[in-house]
Design a protein around this ligand. Structure first.
Ligand SMILES: Nc1ncnc2c1ncn2[C@@H]1O[C@H](COP(=O)(O)OP(=O)(O)OP(=O)(O)O)[C@@H](O)[C@H]1O
Length: 567
């Protein structure tokens, strides 16, 4: 039940609707029992005495009970569903509130398909918590207690039989089947998550799979995962049928023993035969309500697992730091920072230290996998160093609010997202207030002045070339207008001449701004104030171009190789 604590309290926020649903559910069940009991009494009365007035009154009350059962059942559905959907609203709200601060690092821990399945599927399956787990046993329990109470006026042994049957269907059987279900390895929610993750991977990688002729293998894996999901659903259905059959059997046995005991007492003259049919019908009517309990064990387990899966997504403590980044083009210091990715044994950054003065232009270079992007993630506070400290100006990054850090930087990442819309709508993401002139200026800067602001952009920028997308991302960074630039290979798909001319215009326009640029390309570094050279997560050299070439170390070697390759 621990996992369901949050859902339980969110449901109780709607206590008025929950209480009304329970009350009307109870009245609806009671009206149904009364309907059957009255019909049993009417039959006996008609058979044993033929008093017209009693028969008319009984027939009228039958109609009344039928009508009351329909109305109260409607009210029960109305309040229980209203409480459920309001609770789902609260749940989504509180889940997203906890998820949003974790967003940049979330894909480190979860596959996108699985995440989507948790956010949509698991939240949806929690709608069953109130409707099928929480209140049905309360309502059924209340109806059965009322039935026991009513029966006890006529015969205590018969009341005792109903009580034993009630304990079985409300307590013992649901608990037994819930425990049995917990032992099953694959819950539907989990297999649904696996299937969603496999489907998302298949769709994302479809082109690559086709090119590498590996579609059949992946498709077989996907089908296998779909089969597991189907199997889990089927097992769930079978289990529900099983519980339903056992419940019906217990209900039938209880009513049968009520009849047998009643018949015995009538035969020895301790119970009037007039009441026998009524008591049997009352028992049948009461146990008729146990139907919804058949699904309880399955829904209880499903809700428990769904709540646990949602908690797993947001169990990380969000960064609640409140410090702010100093304004302007601050200097950046890193003091022996180390970083290891979760579940990775080796360090991706190992005791890296540097100091970048305010207004400096720095390039970070090094072979692929040397830790350049990781360093940028630490500077962005998307990841937090295992050891060491990063400072912007006099402030430690560890105490700063991440949103404030991103707000104060012009950022271009290796991969940038473009939304279905226009060039203008995609630029405005960076600066909602920018006027048309500023938008044109940004496009001119990145040599995309020929593009119309109203030109369409397809989902993920599919109608733009790789270089155009990178330049649009740079235009966004420019529009942001901050004084600190963090750029991760912003022009890896842009020709060298265009890239250099954009950089040189940027540096001329913003001589006071601090730039940190990750680059694979070793050309054009003569203009940089400082070059940091990384290898295997260690900072092995730093200095300006001249200094590094004179040192004839690692950077010099890389430069020579590059020259030999391109000559
Ligand atoms: N999400 C991750 N989880 C685990 N390890 C990772 C993750 N991202 C990167 N790494 C590892 O960390 C090391 C540094 O990666 P990083 O992306 O920082 O290198 P890089 O220098 O930017 O490479 P490239 O120039 O190819 O982009 C690599 O060995 C890489 O395998």
């Amino acid at each position: 039940m621990g996992e369901l604590k949050t859902v339980f309290w969110l449901t109780l926020k709607e206590k008025r609707d929950v209480a009304l649903a329970i009350m009307f559910g109870f009245l609806a069940g009671l009206a149904g029992v009364a309907l059957l009991g009255a019909s049993g009494y009417l039959i006996s009365k008609a058979a044993l005495t033929a008093q017209m007035t009693t028969l008319v009154v009984m027939a009228a009350s039958l109609k009344l009970f039928g009508f009351a059962a329909a109305i109260t059942r409607y009210a029960e559905r109305l309040f229980s569903h209203r409480a459920t959907f309001t609770m789902l609203g609260h749940l989504r709200g509180s889940f997203f509130e906890r998820l949003a601060p974790l967003a940049p690092g979330i894909f480190q821990r979860h596959q996108s398909g699985d995440l989507l399945s948790r956010i949509v599927g698991d939240v949806e399956s929690l709608q069953n918590f109130l409707l099928r787990v929480l209140y049905p046993p309360i309502v059924v329990g209340m109806i059965l207690v009322a039935t026991v109470f009513f029966t006890s006026f006529y015969s205590l042994p018969m009341a005792l039989i109903v009580l034993v049957g009630a304990i079985f269907v409300v307590v013992i059987l649901p608990a037994f089947f819930a425990l049995r279900r917990r032992k099953k390895t694959h819950a539907t929610g989990e297999t649904r998550g696996e299937f969603a993750a496999a489907s998302a991977e298949f769709l994302y990688g479809f082109k690559d799979l086709k090119i590498h002729l590996a579609l059949d293998q992946k498709s077989a894996e996907l089908q296998e995962s779909a089969h597991r999901y189907e199997q889990a659903q089927q097992n769930e259905g079978l289990e529900e049928n099983r519980v339903q059959s056992v419940n019906a059997l217990v209900a039938f046995l209880a009513s049968f023993f009520v009849l047998a005991t009643g018949a015995y007492f009538v035969s020895i003259g301790e119970l009037s035969g007039l009441y026998l049919a009524m008591l049997v019908m009352v028992s049948l009517g009461a146990f008729e309500n146990v139907g919804p309990l058949a699904a309880l064990p399955a829904y209880y387990e499903e809700s428990r697992i769904a709540a646990r899966r949602l908690d797993e997504v947001v169990d990380e403590e969000p960064d609640n730091s409140t410090g702010t980044m100093p304004e302007g083009p601050v200097d950046i210091q890193a003091n022996r920072i180390s970083y290891r990715y979760p579940n990775d044994s080796r360090l991706s950054l190992d005791e890296v230290s540097f100091q970048l003065p305010q207004g400096s232009k720095t390039a970070i270079v090094g072979p692929s996998g040397s830790g350049k992007s990781t360093l940028l993630q630490l500077l962005l506070k998307v990841a937090v160093p295992e050891n060491g400290e990063i400072r912007f100006g006099n402030e430690a990054l560890s105490g700063m609010c991440p949103e404030n850090v991103w707000e104060r930087m012009n950022i271009v990442l290796q991969e940038n997202h473009f939304f279905s819309g226009t060039i203008e709508s995609n630029l405005r993401i960076a600066n909602e207030q920018a006027d048309t002139e500023q938008l044109h200026e940004a496009l001119e800067l990145v040599r995309l002045g020929h593009l119309e602001l109203s030109a369409p952009v397809y989902e993920k920028g599919r109608n733009l070339s790789g270089g155009e997308k990178q330049r649009l991302a740079m235009a966004r960074a420019f529009l942001k207008g901050e004084r600190l630039w963090l750029l991760d290979e912003p022009f890896s798909s842009v020709d060298g001449v265009t890239a250099q001319s954009i950089y040189s215009e940027l540096f001329t326009r913003h001589p006071q701004d601090t730039f940190v640029i990750i680059s694979h390309d070793l050309s054009g570094l003569e203009n940089m104030d400082r070059i940091l050279v990384l290898e295997n997560g260690r900072l092995i050299e730093q200095g300006n171009y001249q200094e590094l070439m004179e040192r004839r170390g690692y950077f010099f070697g890389l430069k020579k190789i590059e020259e030999q390759v391109f000559v």
